[in-house]
Design a protein around this ligand. Sequence first.
Ligand code: C2E
Ligand code: MG
Ligand code: MG
Length: 631
Amino acid sequence: MPLLRPPNRRFRILLVEDDPAWQHLVATGLAEHGIDVHGAPGVARALESLEAVRPDAVVLDAILPDGNGFDLCRRIRALIGELPVPILVFSGRDDEASIERAFAAGAADFFVKSLQWKLLAERLAQLVSAAQMRTELASSQRRLDRAKGLALLAHETARRTRELSSSDPLTGLLNRKGFLSAAQELLDAPREDPAQPAALLLIDLDRFNRLNDTLGAAAGDEALKEVATRLRQAFRNMPGIVLARLASDEFALLFPALRTAAAAERAAQIAMTELSRPLTCGGLDCVVRASVGLATTAVPMRADALLAQAGQALSAAKSLGGNCSRRFQAELGHADRERFDLEAALHQALDRHELVLHYQPIVDPRSRRLAGVEALMRWQRDDRLLSPREFIPIAEETGLIFRMGEWTVAEALQQVRRWQAAGLEVSTVSVNIHARHLEQPELARAVSQALDSTGLESSTLELELTETGVMRDIKRSLDSLQGLKQLGVRLALDDFGTGYSSLAYLTQLPIDTLKIDRSFVDKLGESGQSRAVVRSITALAQALGLSTVAEGVETRAQLDSLRALGCDEVQGYFYARPMPADELPDWTRRFDGTVPGAVRTGPGVALRAVPGAGDAARRSLPDDPAGTLRL
Ligand code: C2E
Ligand code: MG
Ligand code: MG
């Protein structure tokens, strides 16, 4: 689910850049993505043109002929005040100091100069959209405040007085009593536009008790104070809202009037995102996740009833494993109910052992050896075997993907041990990991636990992360990937070529493998462009010392092209479809032409083979193994 919607019109940026070549490149690159660029070659012209251009966002170079971008950023921020105009620093340098200076000067983001126009356009669209959303929420509050006028002022004063006796000493927020009475007052207040709903968000921290038990109550208190600060900060420019701590780790927010009910869901996302950043408590970096229940009403109602509805929604979010938000629904429609059932069933699937891994061989086409296997998840739901495409998106939305990812790592490594016991030595098992999982410290813990308990070499495990996911928040990804790399596991960028990797970052990522996306392999025969893409990916990989795996190889022609283009390994129906674990030994024997008995060495599979049997078996394989080996 996208966090923010894109602005619903073309928008305009002011580009402060002295180099005419970059001016031209940016203007043409962004024009294609619906962004008009007005140029200013330096500080003075930028300040002059602000009023005339009225940009939706400002993009500025860090080094300018008549000053520097950071000072200019600060001056623009001071000039535009509360106007929702994000500033993005576009720089040739990406050292820590420049990035820090940019943020300290009030920049909303930092982008390293590259030709990735789609990525830059998306980043700008997100920034503009976020800024607009905050203003929309704030302005609907202000309209309401105006309508209430003096009456509100009187109420406010009374409320503030009561607040003093109804506040939570730890966080300084309202307590439950204070919240209910302040919320009731706002819900009863006359509305400028009766169609504008009020929304109540009930936020509960996931597994807070565990944090409290492990680190102690003082650390728990520290975490709660930080949560209060972050919520206050996140919604600071929405003056009419009420924020409270209702119980130990339960916070509530009331928005008296929102433009649409959907705005409440965006507010829930903002709260969850704010709280998902690691916070320091007891001297340690902790990750606290939150679940949100939300309820809206367009008619006056009792605050405690609205709170109860948000409570029901919160229970639904918790029963889905937490780290997600749910909205109260009196009557679920048919599609909603089906979806809800699927979510609930998926939640139980892990405990009921309904998730299974199938394994697809990855082959070195030159030596015709098994180089490794990729673990791909399936869900055995009653008599149907569901494909990951049907349930992974739900797992991502509900946060279940984290538990599932940790299970997959453990199960795949145990499977390697089981194969070993049966005489099949698999050197690498690749596991798909969702990019958001990278931010969770539990992932590294689960990986090292799984490696310890199986006693396997760390390099047996390769974690596959999609290129798009990693690049979405490259700074965070870099840190997390480096942490994982220290454990000694291999790292691969999956579906490579479909995202927008900045070359500068690619060189910094501690990865071992690029997995060339199936879409390029698919069109190898018919499109010169795909051939050129594959050629440049393999050249890039060679230059960076990375290995390449081509996905989705279905025909001999594709295989031959890939071999000619220098691709190291391939995976696809041409050799084998993903198969249950117990079928792999048999497949390998038929493929390799080997049977248990003697030891074969090499980087791929080492099989004990009966001397002589291999050749005979190999001879019996047809030229196109796909015909016999499809499983
Ligand atoms: P992926 O990681 O890129 O996996 C490759 C997909 O391509 C697999 O689909 C595989 O069955 C399919 N494939 C392999 N060879 C061929 C071929 O020759 N032709 C065609 N048409 N397809 C081929 P699958 O198993 O349906 O998985 C789809 C995606 O779901 C995976 O793409 C991965 O992104 C995700 N996924 C699967 N298992 C997991 C998991 O355990 N965790 C996470 N987070 N994602 C998973
Ligand atoms: Mg994969
Ligand atoms: Mg892939």
